[in-house]
Design a protein around this ligand. Structure first.
Ligand SMILES: Cc1cc2nc3c(=O)[nH]c(=O)nc-3n(C[C@H](O)[C@H](O)[C@H](O)COP(=O)(O)OP(=O)(O)OC[C@H]3O[C@@H](n4cnc5c(N)ncnc54)[C@H](O)[C@@H]3O)c2cc1C
Length: 399
């Protein structure tokens, strides 16, 4: 990182020491990802400032292993381990959180299609998504249904002939204005509660919905929007999985989503550590570099300890998943720990930068905003705590 903080991630020439704990395949993947991310990093300042996603980077992300890696070979992916896909996400988080968020949503959509799509749906949606020809989004949240996703009210009314008419509003949907299809959760019968919730593949070309921008504090290069479904007609062939099984389908991707966010948060913490260290060495006050002051060393040491601990936590959850364990508890712990750690580390980076760290365009300012997002989507910190409590004590605090 440059000392002023205005510049772009500048990786050390050699592999970072923490790659030594990866096997050679995984380290090679991380190296390839870092090379590509360094290549696209010059697009970051303008994209974040103008809130535009440079869509041309997506095929390259797929080529280095993002999204495709999470999908089995039989479905057109490359079937990487959970550890390898998470390491890719750490690299994306270190370079550019908006790119990590984009890769995360594409991965989620691809995983749902792979888990529940018919052969025909895989051909129409999954294959082109993995080829970088189609982009998908995922919509569950609504104005009245956030943490309590089962409370959603978007209605899917069955029409004569078997198709469905979707009406409702989805909120804060990542990249819905870019994607040409989305996975939308809606209820076929509100009286059935969670058992009425069904996943639908909604296509832009068919019309019936519009997006409304919701300009957001973090990850500014992604689009965040409400999706207003105004009677979008979805053919029966676009029901994803079984009618009434939409929520359990979404739960199938919950571990990898939480792991991906955890790894991305570790990347944010790593980037904050690198930026703050560079600044502490270059910036002089009282006739010497900040780096020589013990209180600044305390900030940097705490940042390094937290970034390293976050890495161990997400990698141990990934290794458990790779060993075939359920690991839902460990993925919740990981999401909780890593997202909170990223916030603490990014806050300390701002402190090391002083006023410069609060200025638009400064790397610490961006990391601070991007870290702030992490404790909210994919289950807030409070929901992770409740999950952990339920797993440990056998009692749900919610219902
Ligand atoms: C940048 C961004 C991108 C997003 N992208 C998407 C997307 O692509 N698709 C999508 O569907 N959604 C998306 N979301 C929405 C996200 O999933 C929700 O914000 C999240 O589920 C939390 O819901 P909420 O914001 O309505 O908060 P609420 O559920 O209203 O929670 C507000 C606060 O209350 C706490 N709380 C709630 N219930 C409890 C409880 N029982 N006990 C203790 N505390 C509780 C929460 O932890 C939180 O602190 C995105 C959000 C953001 C910020």
């Amino acid at each position: 990182m440059t000392a002023t903080g205005a510049g772009l991630p500048r990786p050390p020439a050699a592999d970072p020491p923490h790659w030594a704990q990866l096997d050679e395949d995984c380290a090679g993947l991380a190296r390839r990802a870092r090379r590509y991310l360094d290549e696209i990093a010059p697009l970051l300042p303008a994209a974040e400032r103008d809130r535009t996603l440079p869509l041309e980077v997506v095929p390259g992300l797929l080529d280095v292993g993002f999204v495709r890696g999470a999908i089995p070979v039989g479905d057109g992916g490359t079937g990487l381990s959970h550890l390898a896909t998470a390491v890719l996400m750490e690299e994306a988080g270190r370079c550019w959180a908006s790119i990590r968020a984009t890769a995360n949503i594409l991965t989620l959509v691809a995983e749902l299609l792979s888990a529940a799509g018919s052969a025909e749906q895989k051909e129409r949606f999954l294959r082109p998504l993995l080829a970088g020809e189609r982009m998908g989004w995922f919509a569950i949240t609504e104005p009245g249904a956030g943490s309590d996703a089962a409370a959603l009210t978007t209605r899917a009314e069955r029409l004569p002939g078997g198709s469905y008419r979707l009406t409702g509003r989805k909120s804060y949907i990542t990249n819905a204005s870019h994607g040409d299809f989305g996975v939308v959760l809606a209820t076929v019968d509100p009286d059935l509660g969670a058992k009425g919730i069904t996943a639908f593949l909604v296509e832009r070309a068919a019309g019936g919905y519009r997006t409304e921008a919701r300009p957001q504090l973090p990850v500014r290069a992604v689009s965040c929007c409400d999706v207003v479904l105004e009677g979008a007609v979805v053919p029966a062939a676009n029901v994803l999985g079984e009618v009434g099984r939409g929520l359990s389908l979404a739960m199938r991707a919950v571990n990898s989503g939480r792991l991906n966010v955890s790894a991305g948060c570790t990347g944010i913490a790593q980037a904050a550590l690198e930026a703050a260290s560079g600044h502490a060495v270059a910036r002089r006050q009282f006739g010497q570099p900040l780096a020589g002051f013990q209180l600044v060393q305390q900030l940097i040491a705490d940042m390094a300890v937290q970034a390293n601990a976050a890495r161990q936590v997400y990698q141990s959850a990934a290794r458990l998943l790779d060993a075939g364990a359920d690991a839902r508890l460990e993925c919740s712990m990981s999401k909780y720990f890593c997202s909170e750690a990223a916030n603490q580390v990014a806050t300390k980076a701002v402190q090391v930068f002083g006023a410069a760290g609060l200025m638009e365009g400064n790397v610490a300012e961006r990391l601070f905003r991007d870290a702030r997002e992490a404790t909210i989507p994919e289950g807030t910190s409070q929901m992770q705590v409740l999950q952990i409590g339920k797993a440990l004590l056998g009692v749900s605090a919610v219902r």
